[in-house]
Design a protein around this ligand. Structure first.
Ligand SMILES: *Cc1c(COP(=O)(O)O)cnc(C)c1O
Length: 359
C-alpha cells in the first residue's frame, strides 16, 4: 500500500513553510504596504513592481479547463526541472533513500539525484526500448522512493507499453513519476485521467515542447492533492514569475493554434523518418511518438561533425548505451528539414568521392 506519510522526509513533514506577504493577506485592498515593494512603480508599464501570485491560481484554472482536472491537482514549477528537484527534496532522504531510472532516458533525473545526494539505481531498457520489469523489480527495496518513467522517452522517442507502466503503478509502493513532456506528439493517451486510480502517481508535463514556450520555464506536475500540498510547502514562494504567468495565460487561450502546430510537426516527423529510411548509411530510424527522431547511422560522430560545418546542430547520442551510432534530431521547420536532408546528401556524395580517391 502507498503511504505518503511513510515516504515524506521527516524534516519536510515538520516544516513550517515560509509565509509570504501575499499569503498573509490576499483579500481586496487599495494600499499595499506589506511587501516592501517599490510603491512608485518601475521603469516598465503595468504592475511589475508587485510580487506575483504565489499560487498561480489563474494559470492553474486555465490549465484545469484544458486538461479536465481540478486546480488542486496541479503544481507549477520553474520548468519540469524544478518539479524533478522538488520531488527529490520532499521524498528522498540523502544518503539513505534511492530511486530507480530506466536509461537511456532524460539526464535530469540522475543529475538531480546526484545534487541531492540520493542513490540512483539503473534498470536499462530492453533492446526494443521497453521497460525491463523484472530488473526494475529486483532493484526496488524498502528505501526506494521514486521510479522515474519517461514516456514518450527521451532520447528513444517511443512510448512504453501501457500495461508495463500500470504494473509499476500497481506493484511499487513509492512514487511513480511519468514524465509526459512529449505526450502531445504521441498516439498514447496521457495518464492524467488515471490520477484517481493511483495515489502514488505524479504526471509531469511542460510548456517547453508542444506549447512552444521553452523560454518561459513552466513545468506542470499533476498528482493527488496530498502530494501537491507537500510540493507547495517546499517550493520557493514566487517560483513562477509574473511575466511567465501572464504569457502562459495568453498562450492557454490559443489551444487551437497549438494543436495545429502539433499536427504539422507530427506530419513532418513522419515525412522526415521516411526520408531517413531511404538514406543508404542509415541502419535504423526508430519509431517516434515525440517531436524528434532517433537515427542509427554509420559514422554518426562524423556525420554530426559534418553537419556542424554546415551550421546544423543535432544531438549526438552515439556514446549513450543502447544508442550507439545514434543521432537525435529535432523536427525543424520545413526549410530546416530540407537543409538537413541536403546536408546529409552532401555528406554522402563527399563519402563517395573519398572512396574513389582511396581506390
Ligand atoms: C524537454 C524535457 C522536459 C522539459 O523540461 P523543462 O524544464 O520543463 O523545460 C522534461 N522532461 C523531458 C524528458 C524532456 O525531454
Amino acid at each position: 500500500m502507498f503511504d505518503l506519510e511513510r515516504i515524506t522526509r521527516e524534516n519536510i513533514k515538520g516544516l513550517v513553510p515560509y509565509s509570504s506577504a501575499r499569503d498573509e493577506f490576499s483579500g481586496e485592498a487599495k494600499v499595499f504596504l506589506d511587501a516592501n515593494e517599490n510603491s512608485l512603480g518601475s521603469p516598465l508599464p503595468k504592475w511589475y513592481n508587485r510580487y506575483p501570485d504565489p499560487h498561480q491560481l489563474k494559470v492553474k484554472e486555465a490549465i484545469s479547463t484544458i486538461k479536465g482536472i481540478a486546480s488542486e491537482h496541479i503544481f507549477l514549477g520553474n520548468g519540469s526541472d524544478e518539479c524533478i528537484d522538488l520531488l527529490f527534496r520532499c521524498f528522498c532522504e540523502p544518503k539513505i533513500d534511492n530511486v530507480v531510472i530506466c536509461p537511456p532516458t532524460y539526464g535530469m533525473y540522475g543529475v538531480s539525484a546526484n545534487i541531492n545526494n540520493v542513490e540512483v539505481r539503473k534498470a536499462p531498457l530492453t533492446e526494443d526500448f521497453q521497460l525491463d520489469l523484472t530488473h526494475l523489480e529486483n532493484l526496488v527495496d524498502a528505501q526506494t522512493r521514486i521510479v522515474w518513467i519517461c514516456s514518450p522517452n527521451n532520447p528513444t522517442g517511443n512510448c512504453f507499453n501501457r500495461t508495463d507502466i500500470e504494473a509499476v503503478l500497481n506493484n511499487f509502493n513509492g512514487i511513480v513519476v511519468i514524465d509526459e513532456a512529449y505526450i502531445n506528439f504521441a498516439r498514447q493517451k496521457s495518464f492524467i485521467q488515471d490520477l484517481a486510480d493511483y495515489p502514488n502517481l505524479v504526471v509531469m508535463q511542460t510548456f517547453s515542447k508542444a506549447w512552444g514556450l521553452a523560454a518561459l520555464r513552466l513545468g506542470m506536475a499533476f498528482a493527488s492533492v496530498s502530494i501537491i500540498d507537500v510540493l507547495n510547502k517546499v517550493k520557493p514562494p514566487y517560483n513562477i514569475n509574473q511575466v511567465s504567468q501572464e504569457l502562459a495565460l495568453r498562450a492557454l487561450e490559443e489551444v487551437g493554434q497549438v494543436n495545429d502546430m502539433i499536427r504539422e510537426i507530427v506530419d513532418m516527423r513522419n515525412a522526415l523518418s521516411e526520408v531517413f529510411e531511404r538514406i543508404p548509411t542509415v541502419e535504423k530510424v526508430y519509431p517516434s511518438d515525440a517531436n524528434f527522431i532517433l537515427v542509427k547511422i554509420k559514422e554518426a560522430r562524423m556525420v554530426y561533425d559534418f553537419l556542424l560545418t554546415k551550421g546544423i546542430v543535432v544531438r549526438d547520442r552515439s556514446n549513450v548505451r543502447l544508442c550507439e551510432d545514434c543521432l537525435r534530431i529535432t523536427v525543424g521547420t520545413e526549410k530546416e528539414n530540407t537543409m538537413l536532408i541536403d546536408a546529409i546528401g552532401d555528406w554522402l556524395s563527399g563519402k563517395q568521392l573519398e572512396d574513389l580517391t582511396v581506390v
